[in-house]
Design a protein around this ligand. Structure first.
Ligand SMILES: Cc1ncc(COP(=O)(O)O)c(C=O)c1O
Length: 369
């Protein structure tokens, strides 16, 4: 299946976050995490066929039943057992799930252990909700994987939540089974819950194996997981995602959803149902993943051939090279002098300082330029 790369003219019209006004006319946007590809066909038809007038009332708090069923089937396919309770919540974008869990945990004493580099809203929401963050910095020397000793040193009775992304899309790693088991064992020993964003799970490359933390036996009562459709499924901007709440206090989080949303919009639910059930989306997702494997490999090779240190990604569509310079200044100079926008590594936590993030979800021609 061929993916359709959008023209720069169309990207400037529809993808304003990435292709914003500061990118010069002959410049290239490789910053913000949007993709330069058209998403799978058929979503608008699906929504218009399934959206009917009776949906003008508020539906169930967690979302419409057909989408919940699609979500449950997805969880089962990841080895995540379903509980009797309604612990799946559809949300208008994964970002809301980040806020919900961090708002809820802010009522408890203790520190959040945050594995970073991490998606910045985890940092921003944790701070805004007055949580204290304890950083666990991944290192390029460990190929961005967990250092067992360091993790054990940082875990204690004062940790109230462990937060991480898997894949850690920023640096492109997928945590291995022994790393996931180490996290789950520590979570059990020290009785803290875990919060994991698995949005980039479908972008795990062929040689890696993604294991959902919530699929482990000892995580059935101590794990919040986020899934969503803006990147790997190509439905950015439609605001659709869902969370799996495997924790005895899940009702407290659903209560915050009710106070903000009452119930998700039927469109949010329909996007989720289409994303998880359409064969067209399935085909697109595989083609996109393979293209991203090719693109990140190409950029990693170009960088390492030029003696720039970077680890070849195991998933996602970013490359995270070391630049040996002050990253904010480097980013600014690169945009002014070369017309290329990237993101500074510092935005993803202290471990990202001195690195930049390059978005490879574009055409080969644009990457080579
Ligand atoms: C790791 C991660 N989680 C969540 C999000 C936000 O997704 P959504 O658009 O579903 O709110 C992003 C977006 O870039 C992301 O990279």
């Amino acid at each position: 299946m061929n993916l359709h790369v959008l023209s720069i003219e169309n990207l400037r019209k529809f993808c304003h976050l990435k292709w914003h006004d500061d990118i010069p006319d002959d410049g290239i946007a490789m910053g913000i995490a949007d993709i330069d590809f058209k998403g799978p066909d058929g979503l608008v038809d699906f929504i218009t066929t399934h959206l009917h007038e009776d949906m003008s009332f508020y539906g169930p708090y967690e979302g419409i039943p057909s989408a919940i069923e699609a979500g449950n089937q997805f969880l089962l396919s990841k080895g995540i057992p379903l509980s009797e309770s309604k612990n799946l919540q559809i949300i208008p974008g994964t970002m809301m799930g980040i806020y919900l869990v961090l708002e809820w945990i802010s009522r408890k004493l203790g520190e959040i252990l945050m594995i970073n580099p991490i998606y910045p809203p985890f940092i921003n929401h944790a701070k805004q909700t007055c949580n204290t963050i304890k950083w666990l910095d991944l290192q390029i020397a460990d190929e961005w994987h967990l250092n067992e000793e360091k993790l054990k040193e940082n875990v204690n009775e004062n940790i109230k939540l462990l937060v991480f992304n898997n894949p850690d899309n920023e640096v492109g790693i997928v945590f291995k089974e022994d790393e996931i088991r180490l996290i789950s064992d520590l979570s059990e020993d020290y009785a803290f819950p875990c919060f994991v964003d698995e949005l980039y799970e479908p972008l795990t490359f062929k040689k890696s194996n993604h294991i959902s933390l919530a699929s482990l036996e000892n995580m059935q009562n101590r794990c919040f997981t986020l899934f969503g459709f803006p990147k790997a499924y190509g439905f950015a901007g439609w605001r659709s995602g869902f969370m799996h709440l495997a924790h005895p206090e899940f009702e407290a989080i659903k209560y915050i959803v009710e106070q903000i949303l009452v119930a998700p919009s039927p469109v949010t639910s329909l996007v989720m149902e289409f994303a998880l059930t359409s064969p067209k989306v399935f085909k697109w997702k595989i083609a996109f993943r393979d293209q991203m494997e090719h693109n990140t490999e190409l950029v990693t090779r170009l960088l390492t051939e030029n003696n720039i240190e970077c680890v070849r990604p195991e998933g996602g569509f970013f490359v995270f090279p070391k630049i040996e310079l002050e990253d904010y200044k480097f980013k600014k100079d690169l945009l002014i002098n070369q017309g290329v926008e990237v993101v500074t590594g510092s935005e993803f936590g202290p471990a990202g300082k001195g690195f930049i993030r390059i978005n490879c979800a574009t055409s080969e021609e644009r990457m080579e330029k």
